[in-house]
Design a protein around this ligand. Structure first.
Ligand code: ATP
Length: 466
């Protein structure tokens, strides 16, 4: 008798992408320990169906239940039951295989990461690739690492989108054996494939999609072999602790971004260089002196605004490159932590850029005006917090659209106008040594930051969802 711990129930699932209907009223139930092959022509809807069950794609109508819990209300416990192998690796190319897996282990609360990595290394023959940057791996090796990523927390439900593509014969056989052992140990496995040989060499059940509709659902010959789902001893048994909560997950994600930045110098290089070039060029052309301070501060803030667009755009673009962001969405951490972690890392990096820009600005463009140092520091900090929050939120939207990064300025610029006006006015006052009148402006900018932060935290989960 099936227990519901990994039963998947789809009830009248439909999915539209604009006018394109990708899934048509799909209802089915997959029991614990079933091994299901999903087939269908290109564009039939296999990937969309798997992404919907994984919780990466929200159905237009209908519901998905896993272990009797509606996926829309999935808490950390349910998230940890699901593992997903996608077309994209969901790995960070700049990190080594081991670092990628360690990062995943932290997100999923896997306490014995090193021992799990060692076990998976053996099962998937990862020894030669674990300590190489994921971006340098061949397609097949990346696929093996991606399968290890999905298995690290020993999910009860394993969803694999064409997992055999790119694998050599030996690795493919290894994976077939591994999937079979997982099924024997009671895991539910659903994989999509175009390969008849794979369909005929393990799965118990075949589902065929055609133009988004389920047109065939039949038991396969391999199911007639006496099956004792869950009777074998568990293959992977990680020591699990509570996954990190908001603060822990925010810091973990920010630390990952800073580690990547330390390797690539991508954000600092692009944003810093841009801001400095603008400022140095302006310093040769703009008049110097108290009367022109307003214009000069405008130039300074414009350079910081565009540096932020460039820096956050690079950091978010990197997250979307191998769909690393989806590995974050699949993890059991609060979605707000994804936003806060990315924003925190960008803020730290862009504050470094801002410090350099402000110092140069004072030296080259502010003339001999007295400086209210505390007021200036507060203005720059509050201004940068606002710019980073707005840009990080809109980067999530822009990168989900066809226009991608080029859409970012169009979204951000209208929203930050009040912030820019306030920051320029405050900077002008600080450079005139007038700390006294700054309180009300600072309060207004802080209120802007707070409202934007609350809106971003409340909406980011929807922004990054398909
Ligand atoms: P393949 O075997 O080629 O991987 P598939 O069976 O996995 O195909 P899906 O990728 O699920 O098919 O696509 C189903 C339909 O949904 C296709 O018509 C596809 O163009 C459409 N589709 C999928 N994702 C999107 C998207 N993000 N935006 C618009 N249309 C999409």
């Amino acid at each position: 008798m099936s227990s519901p711990t990994s039963r998947i129930v789809l009830d009248a699932i439909e999915k539209d992408f604009g006018r394109q209907r990708a899934l048509r009223r799909i209802s089915l139930s997959i029991e614990q320990g079933e091994y299901v092959a999903l087939i269908g022509a290109n564009g039939a809807g296999k990937t969309t169906l798997l992404r919907t069950v994984a919780g990466l794609s929200r159905p237009t109508s209908g519901s998905v239940r896993i272990a009797d819990v509606d996926l829309r209300r999935a808490g950390p416990g349910l998230r940890r039951r699901i593992g997903f192998v996608s077309h994209a690796s969901l790995l960070y190319p700049e990190l080594t295989g081991r670092e990628n897996l360690q990062f995943q282990a932290r997100l999923f609360g896997v306490a014995d990461a090193d021992s799990m990595i060692a076990q998976l290394g053996e099962l998937l023959d990862l020894a030669a690739i674990l300590d190489r940057p994921a971006g340098e791996l061949s397609r097949g090796n990346l696929q093996r690492l991606s399968i290890a990523r999905a298995l690290l927390h020993a999910p009860r439900v394993l969803l694999l989108d064409e997992p055999f593509s790119g694998l050599d014969q030996t690795t493919a056989s290894r994976l077939q054996l591994l999937l079979q052992r997982l099924v024997d140990a009671g895991h539910t496995v659903v994989l999509s494939t175009h390969d008849r040989a794979i369909v005929e060499s393990g799965p118990h059940r075949l589902l065929r999609l055609d133009d988004g509709a389920l047109v065939e659902d039949r038991v396969l010959a391999s199911a007639s072999v006496d099956r004792h789902a869950g009777s074998a001893s568990p293959l992977l048994v990680p020591a699990l602790r509570m996954p990190p909560k908001l603060l822990g997950a925010t810091l973990t994600i920010a630390a990952k971004d800073l580690r990547i930045e330390a390797r690539t110098r991508d954000v600092l290089g692009s944003a810093g260089l841009f801001a400095l070039v603008v400022l140095i060029t302006a310093s040769f052309t703009a008049p110097v002196g108290e009367s022109s301070t307003g214009m000069a501060t405008g130039v300074m803030w414009m350079s910081l605004l565009f540096a932020t667009l460039l820096g956050v755009g690079r950091s978010s673009g990197r997250e979307h490159a191998e769909r690393g962001i989806e590995s974050l969405v699949l993890s059991p951490v609060p979605k707000a932590a994804i936003f806060l972690g990315k924003a925190l890392a960008s803020l730290l990096l862009l504050c470094l850029v801002a410090i350099a820009v402000v110092l140069l600005f004072i030296v080259f463009m502010a003339g001999n005006a007295p400086v209210h140092v505390l007021g200036l520091a507060g203005t720059v900090l509050i201004g940068m917090v606002g710019l980073v929050i707005v840009t990080t939120l809109f980067a999530g939207i822009a990168l989900g659209t066809r226009l991608g990064e080029s859409m970012l300025p169009l979204l951000v610029l209208p929203v930050v106008i009040p912030l820019m006006v306030g920051a320029v006015e405050l900077t002008r006052q600080a450079l005139g040594g007038q700390g006294g009148g700054m309180g009300i402006w600072l309060a207004l900018l802080a209120a802007f930051d707070l409202v934007m932060m609350m809106s971003a935290v409340a909406t980011f989960a929807f922004v990054i969802e398909e």
